[in-house]
Design a protein around this ligand. Structure first.
Ligand code: NAG
Ligand code: NAG
Length: 566
């Protein structure tokens, strides 16, 4: 502030005596403010990132440099993934990595291309990105066959498009790959998509329809969640939706509002999750919501309460919107409070230590789920996002008790990886809880599960690996926030296992059984999040810690980086 310095200097020169009084007054006031701050510390949620309070670890002393060989191996995996898709399935949503066929289950706009673009940009794979941008500019979102899922479309397509604009705007993408007019066209595309998704919000509550028909411009219920044929044979009066589907659009729409100056996007996605954030239906556990929820009334009509698949990214976005939203957002304190309450409830009611097993005396912390007043001792790979997200909160909100909780959960996720012959963790697993639950719902059912339980203290209930990112995503947060080298080692072990067992003729296959080391158990599927998230988080773990710093970027639930602007 040069202006201020000039002013005070001239005052001092003109009249030393009055400036002494001034100095004394300033000292007294400062002292008063310091004492007051000690008595009633201000909650620093806003100032935290405005004035650069660190999320990432700071005392690196040279240890935060890139591990070049490892980073290159992951980048090579991305190039291989891209090349095989480009040669065999260009323009389709996904390649089938074993057969070289293709699938178009994401409405056929080339989901892989849009979803992987921010990974290509961060890795500096410019030829690949230039090729992708050509396709992206030519997408016609009006051309569509199936019903559109607003949740998947927002996180994969809209998030992917907006992230490219954001990365361009900070100068990360060279002009020969993306020039300004093309950047503007990509933003136009995001707007077109948002306008096509708009009918989703046409409900009495503002909660989104689970599907939209682009032809009729009408919302539709989720055909796979037939509300007349719920697994529990319940009948609902109206279409229902889960917390993740209704509560994971605010980051993307916030960014779109910032880039366009049009408030409608942020406003609609705020309304979309309002019945969860400001729930007037009392839930027994503070901060946590019951699901599914009736989109016409906003009332919870089921009693499922958890942080696993279907609920996960609602909690993730409660935290992340407080990092991303502008200070003028009046709801940030509410979001922060809801997140902290929900994290405390998760710890108190759902986390459970495994009892020691005969051949494995260590105990591990897992998170179960509550369904209709019954605790279920089952956890899914998706829930391994929780350690990273809670660790991020512990740093940003300065909550040290959440840090040890998060790192213990991460240790539990790692244990599922290191316990299998492939060194990759299963899709879902169960354990015998050490405390509090005399009658666990799930027990080992067959010889195989009994053997797994005996050896590791947990047993797989679904033994596939679906290329999912959540474990390595949490390792990325743990590495960047704690600076402890072991998280890089764990990430390298996981990547080496994926390279060994998943690499297939046309990409990276999913595994039918992580307890089987033979390639015969490949599943001919590769979801776009493999490139959007799994490879991105691995690469970010091995590259220099200044790349896409957590002090400047917020990663969406699909791994797309958005700028933190304060
Ligand atoms: C996708 O697969 C179909 C067969 O299922 C094939 O006809 C088509 O050519 C493939 N598309 C590309 C881009 O290879
Ligand atoms: C916003 O929500 C209203 C319903 O409240 C809907 O009519 C409108 O089309 C939506 N617009 C966008 C851009 O989502």
């Amino acid at each position: 502030m040069p202006g201020f310095r000039r002013w005070s200097k001239s005052k001092f020169e003109r009249n030393p005596e009055s400036s002494f009084k001034l100095l004394a007054a300033v000292l007294v006031i400062t002292l008063y403010l310091i004492i007051k701050e000690f008595q009633h510390p201000t909650v620093r949620i806003r100032e935290a990132s405005t004035f650069g309070s660190q999320i990432q670890h700071t005392q690196w002393n040279g240890t935060g440099k890139a591990q070049e060989t490892r980073a290159k191996s992951v980048r090579d995996a991305m190039r291989y993934t891209f090349l095989k898709y480009r040669e065999n399935a260009w323009g389709c949503d996904d390649i089938l990595p074993v057969s070289g066929g293709n699938s178009s289950s994401r409405n056929g706009w080339g989901a892989f291309i849009v979803d992987s673009a921010s990974t290509l940009a961060l890795m500096g794979l410019w030829d690949e990105l230039a090729h992708s941008i050509e396709h992206i500019l030519a997408i016609d979102f009006a051309e569509v066959q199936d019903l559109v899922d607003p949740f998947e479309t927002t996180i994969r397509y809209m998030g992917g498009l907006l992230s490219i604009v954001e990365l361009y705007d900070v100068g990360l993408i060279p002009e020969h790959v993306l020039h300004e007019e093309a950047r503007d066209l990509i933003l136009e595309h995001a707007i077109t998509l948002a306008e096509k998704l708009a009918p989703a919000y046409d409900t009495p509550t503002g909660m989104p329809w689970p599907r939209i028909d682009f032809e009729t411009e009408q919302g539709e219920p989720d055909p796979s969640f037939d509300f007349h044929n719920d697994p529990d044979k319940r009948e609902y009066d109206h279409p229902v939706i889960g917390p993740a589907r209704t509560g994971s659009s605010i980051l993307e729409n916030r960014v779109l509002t910032r880039l366009t100056g049009n408030d409608v996007y942020a406003r609609n996605s705020t309304l979309a999750w309002a019945p969860l954030v400001w729930s007037k239906w009392a839930t027994p556990w503070a901060g946590m919501v019951d699901a599914p929820i009736d989109i016409m009334t906003g009332a919870p009509v089921g009693r499922s309460r958890q942080w696993d698949g279907g609920h996960d990214s609602y909690y993730e976005y409660l935290l992340k919107i407080t990092l991303l939203a502008p200070p003028s957002d009046p709801h940030l304190e509410v979001y922060k409070k809801r997140f902290l309450l929900a994290a405390a409830s998760l710890r108190k009611h759902l986390s459970s230590r495994s009892a020691p097993a005969p051949k494995h005396l260590m105990q591990h912390l897992f998170i179960g789920r509550q369904d209709d007043k019954q605790y279920k001792n089952q956890m899914g790979h998706l829930a391994c996002f929780a350690p990273g997200t809670i660790l991020l909160a512990s740093k940003f909100y300065d909550q040290s008790q959440l840090r040890s909780f998060a790192l213990a959960l991460l240790d539990g996720c790692r244990h599922t990886y290191t316990s299998t012959p492939t060194k990759i963790g299963p899709e879902t697993w169960s354990w015998v809880p050490k405390f509090g639950y005399d009658d666990p719902l799930f027990l080992p059912e067959n010889e195989r599960q009994r053997k797994e339980a005996l050896e590791s203290g947990f047993w797989s209930t679904e033994s596939q690996y679906k290329g999912r990112p959540e474990y390595v995503e949490s390792l990325f947060y743990a590495w960047r926030i704690t600076g402890e080298q072991r998280y890089r080692e764990w990430a390298w072990e996981a990547f080496a296992a994926m390279e060994k067992h998943c690499k297939a003729p046309f990409g990276y296959a999913q595994l039918g059984d992580v307890y089987d080391t033979g390639n015969s158990k490949w599943v001919d599927m590769q979801e776009s999040y493999w490139a959007a998230e799994t490879l991105k988080y691995l690469w970010l773990t091995f590259t220099d810690v200044d790349v896409a710093s957590l002090d400047s970027w917020v990663f969406s639930t699909e791994g797309h980086p958005f700028r933190m602007i304060r």
